[in-house]
Design a binder for this molecule. Structure first.
Ligand code: ACM
Length: 266
């Protein structure tokens, strides 16, 4: 399985321009044989919204009928690939910070960010649909979004449910995030493909700078690539699902079977 990561700079509040910027990056991943491509969190709209009305105007239903997801589905059809991308979701008037799993056949899955970061709590509702596992060309994966990285519980949930890797759609800002993610790969023996964005956004008194540094990590926590902090970038990596399915650490230690579930609940 060849997995692509795109580190982009979304056009603030302008999904059409974001698509124009993403097109050559997707094509570059396809040229390197990518079968699935991971994009950042909120990759069409950008991250900061002036108010709830502005966010509502940019949010899309999870069925793929909105401008951004529909454009990505067309790219899946054109290149016979899958794409995992963050987007702003509206569902019966409720707004979620979500990521969709898209294929040439349309939307195959959706994840709603469980752990909202900072002022996201003023606009979005926290996810209500757990951590599903999806499958693409023989590999199983879950999706997590940005600040979800801080919660070991969701990584363990994904691994226990059979995920071989996590597609981590991000707009990371905390400087220690990329380091923290490596531990989750190692403690669960899963691959992690973090697609982070670059750039700075301002809205009123708020200014946020995103840290780039997208990375591909193997189930034994080898860092296959670490992107620059402030430049757009893309990379494609070979991933072998069977490596993630071996949870044996020594002859006497298995990551799942050695859990002391009599002492804690996960
Ligand atoms: C974040 O969760 N976007 C930091």
């Amino acid at each position: 399985m060849r997995i692509g990561i795109i580190q982009s700079e979304p056009a603030h509040l302008d999904p059409k321009l974001s698509c124009t910027r993403l097109a050559p990056q997707i094509e570059a991943c396809v040229a390197e044989g990518a079968e699935i491509v991971v994009l950042p969190e909120l990759a069409g709209s950008g991250y900061l919204f002036p108010n709830l009305e502005a966010l509502s105007g940019l949010a899309e239903p999870a069925d793929g009928s909105g401008l951004f997801l529909n454009w990505l589905i067309q790219r899946c059809k054109e290149h016979d690939i899958a794409i995992v991308s963050g987007y702003a979701e509206v569902s019966q008037g409720t707004l979620f910070n979500s990521a969709a799993f898209l294929t040439p056949k349309g939307v195959r899955g959706n994840y709603r960010k469980l752990h909202l970061f900072d002022t996201e709590k003023e606009l979005f509702q926290p996810g209500d649909a757990g951590v599903p596992v999806f499958e693409w060309r023989g590999a199983k994966f879950s999706i997590l979004i940005c600040f979800d990285w801080s919660f070991p519980e969701v990584w363990r949930m994904a691994a226990l449910a059979g995920a071989d890797f996590v597609a981590h759609c991000s707009n990371l800002v905390l400087p220690w995030a990329q380091t923290g993610v490596k531990g989750h790969a190692l403690c669960n023996h899963i691959g992690v493909f973090t697609a982070n964005r670059i750039g700075t956004e301002s809205q009123g008194d708020t200014q946020v700078t995103f840290t780039g540094g997208s990375q591909a990590i193997t189930p034994t926590a080898d860092l296959l690539a670490s992107a620059p902090r402030a430049e757009i970038w893309q990379g494609v990596f070979e991933f072998e699902p069977s490596l993630a399915r071996n949870k044996q650490v020594t002859g006497h230690n298995h990551l799942f079977e050695d859990r002391r579930r009599d002492m804690y609940s996960l």
